[in-house]
Ligand binder design. Sequence first.
Ligand code: BES
Ligand code: MN
Ligand code: MN
Length: 457
Amino acid sequence: MATALEYASARQAQQWDQLQEFLRIPSVSTLPAHKPDVERAAEWVRSHLAEAGMEHAVVIPTGGHPLVYADWLHVAGAPTILCYGHYDVQPAEPLEEWQSPPFMPVLRDGNIYARGAADDKGQLYAQMQAAEAFLRGEGRLPVNLRFLIEGEEEVGGEGIEAYVRRNAAALGCDAVLITDTTQFAAGLPTLNTGLRGMVYAEVRLRGAEADLHSGLYGGVAPNPLEALARIICGLKDASGKILIPGFYDALRPPSAAEAADWARLPFDAERYRSEEVRAAALSGELEYTPLERVWARPTLEVHGIAGGFTAAGAKTVIPARAAAKISMRLAPAQAPAAMAAAFERRVRELTPAGFTLEVEILHTAEPVLVESENRYLRAAAHALEQTYGRPPVLVRSGGSIPIAALFAQTLGAPVVLMGFATPDCGAHGPNEKLPLANLQQAVATVIRFFAAAAQSA
Ligand code: BES
Ligand code: MN
Ligand code: MN
């Protein structure tokens, strides 16, 4: 392992050049115009895995964006680790809020700024570099490795789900390593024990056949924007309670011990409000702490409302159509299919007469709860302690990784969620960044994780 660590630290300049090349590909999975870029990013990952010394590196087509697979399986008797990450990114808009263009990576104050620097290209690249450090530095890995990398994580991960279900037998592994989460505080080694799931829906309402003059028909014509507002208010109340029958039935709260652990984390709610959320007040279920609300309570959020007249000036119209994008974050053990059905029933019940309603579920993800004790988590904790000089904190996150739960279910392998991005990394927002130091710590920690996983029998 010493040689692999030396190899990685001697190659920092090349790593930075390579990562820049990766970050320059605008692989925005949700925008059809970027499909060729998404495919270029897949090919970039494939060719760099091959160059790293991984074998059988292939781009695998799916119904959506391609997967990338590679393996190296030459240590009989050693465990097999499946490395997961995603090469797709979120849209970079609004562009005017970026200090430097999102797809022209720059190094400023020791940080790499670019869309995808933290989520997830930088963190995925760290795993690729760790494999390369062993294969090129030492000529061999201490464990067997598979890489399975997707390009649809940010849009629900349907392709990888179908692939994993169909090829579970061929993906045999003992643990799954996911580097796509954040540290609890900058520089604090962190292992993640849970993620929220999600149901993402679009609700569409039609009133009259066409837009109408609001003077001639106001008072008689159904207004879909008004109906949508009533529906939304009927889904969640002002104290953050979700008003969908049965919504909380399956919810499994954290154990008293876990909640007590969270209460001991270095967390200052007032600072969190003013520096991280940067709002005048926090909202939601005030009877729970902010960490409990984000990590262990479900929520329902409205992402966008479309309809009617929104240009400058005034127009007196009753719109014929309105739509809203609404998601629910699910907490253990809420089942996405059941929650989606309950959501649709509630929206139907709240829709007044005179409207045509369509509810489309765009994508779903299962919540994740990591088993609390196994040799791979111990190996990860050991690796993090070697890098940072202190044992990791155990936290959950409110974010979602659609494939994570399915890995555990279909491959029967524990998931290790190691995150190296900082809480202020700006994932999905403008000026996304990853400190270069965190990239190097990530590479070193993954190297140590591979070595520790081989030993911890
Ligand atoms: N990497 C994030 C999820 C994440 C971030 C988990 C930080 C834990 C800590 C991932 O890329 C992401 O953004 N997921 C989406 C999934 C959705 C589109 C299905 C999310 O959470 O909104
Ligand atoms: Mn991610
Ligand atoms: Mn993301």
